[in-house]
Design a protein around this ligand. Structure first.
Ligand SMILES: Nc1ncnc2c1ncn2[C@@H]1O[C@H](COP(=O)(O)OP(=O)(O)OP(=O)(O)O)[C@@H](O)[C@H]1O
Ligand SMILES: [Mg+2]
Length: 332
């Protein structure tokens, strides 16, 4: 199936096919079903960063949370290292979660205010890696060093409220690393941080990719950081994949009108594309919706767009630019 290949040269680590997530929500007169993730397929290679970009409500966090099985998939298949993990439970799920960790947007909310920095790391290192005594102490020091929480002796005894936002996110990353994961789902890890420290956190994640071979699903609103950190970028709108390509290719040659809109909204963009959202409306996520979710905002939309969701199709077979997929009836 299209778009389940990782980037060329990367062995597949996570493979997601036709993922569907449904929620029952209250709305209007009674309950209704929404489908914020609607037949989404992709793969993440070992030591690869897949950036997942889209505006608020497009289903990014739901995908991330489903990969770590906080949300349960309603359909589709998730495979990790070739084994199906879509519905595993109990000890198999616990073992899987050591391999796939999540880092959240708000580091403060995900840390325990009454635990010191070192206590956040001692627990996973002891429980999941079995370290004790002097080795445990040494491993805590190594992790703090690795994420740049130094001087280590001073940092160990601090509480989360005594750290800056960037230091808290470094601790959240260290805690994720403590169980030695292969993949980190990073859900907007820099968006709550001061602009001046965002680059440092992205650089830390990049360094961990190089040094430990970590893979990431990097969730962001922001194409500029996706381009910097992502090997490939997947653009999501209304629960559907609009476009997927290597980062350089997607920025140089955006094919979907929605990707062009995102690019035009990036600060410093020289793009002249002027797509506005006259309705200022979120896409319809209701079960049973038809057509392309972007059609109601798209200047290229015709009847077929409102009726039929276009398939995600290969646009190029040029080995130099890798796989470039787009879901648009009007793409070349
Ligand atoms: N547990 C849930 N129960 C019901 N609806 C949910 C649940 N989680 C998410 N949703 C809905 O699913 C849709 C997609 O939400 P999601 O959080 O995945 O979007 P997002 O792309 O991460 O947005 P943001 O950029 O604002 O974080 C939204 O309409 C949201 O209200
Ligand atoms: Mg989100």
């Amino acid at each position: 199936m299209a778009c389940t290949e990782p980037q060329a040269g990367h062995a597949p680590l996570m493979e997601v096919s036709d993922l569907v997530v449904r929620f029952r929500v209250r709305g209007g007169a009674g309950k209704r079903t929404i489908v914020p993730v609607d037949h989404v397929s992709f793969a993440i290679g070992s030591s690869e960063v897949l950036a997942l970009v889209g505006e608020s409500g497009s289903g990014k966090s739901t995908i991330g949370r489903t990969l770590v099985r906080i949300n349960q998939p309603s359909g589709g298949v998730i495979r990790f290292e070739g084994r199906e993990v879509t519905a595993i439970r109990g000890s198999a799920l616990e073992a899987y979660r050591k391999n796939v960790q999540m880092v959240f947007q708000d580091p403060f909310g995900s840390l325990n205010p009454v635990k010191t920095v070192e206590k956040h790391l001692i627990f996973p290192l002891r429980k999941h890696r079995g370290y004790r005594g002097r080795v445990l102490d040494q491993k805590v020091g190594e992790l703090l060093e690795q994420v740049g929480l130094t001087p280590v002796p001073e940092m160990r005894a601090k509480f989360p409220h005594e750290l800056s936002g960037g230091q808290r996110q470094r601790l959240a990353i260290a805690r994720a690393l403590a169980v030695n994961p292969k993949l980190v789902v990073a859900d907007e890890p820099i968006s709550m941080l001061d602009v001046s420290i965002r680059a440092g956190i992205l650089e830390l994640m990049n360094q961990l990719k190089r040094e430990v071979g970590l893979s990431y699903l990097y969730i962001t609103h922001d194409l500029a950081s996706a381009r910097y950190f992502g090997d490939r970028i997947m653009v999501l709108y209304g629960g559907k994949v609009m476009e997927l390509a290597e980062s350089k290719e997607l920025i140089r040659n955006p094919l979907h009108p929605y990707t062009r809109l995102l690019l035009a909204a990036t600060p410093g963009s020289r793009s002249r594309v002027n797509l506005t959202n006259p309705f200022n409306e979120a896409p319809n996520l209701d079960a049973g919706r038809r057509g392309c979710p972007f059609a109601f905002r798209c200047p290229l939309a015709t009847d077929v767009c409102r009726e039929e969701m276009p398939p995600l199709k290969h646009q190029t077979s040029d080995a130099a630019v890798g796989e470039h997929l787009v879901a648009c009836h009007h793409s070349p």
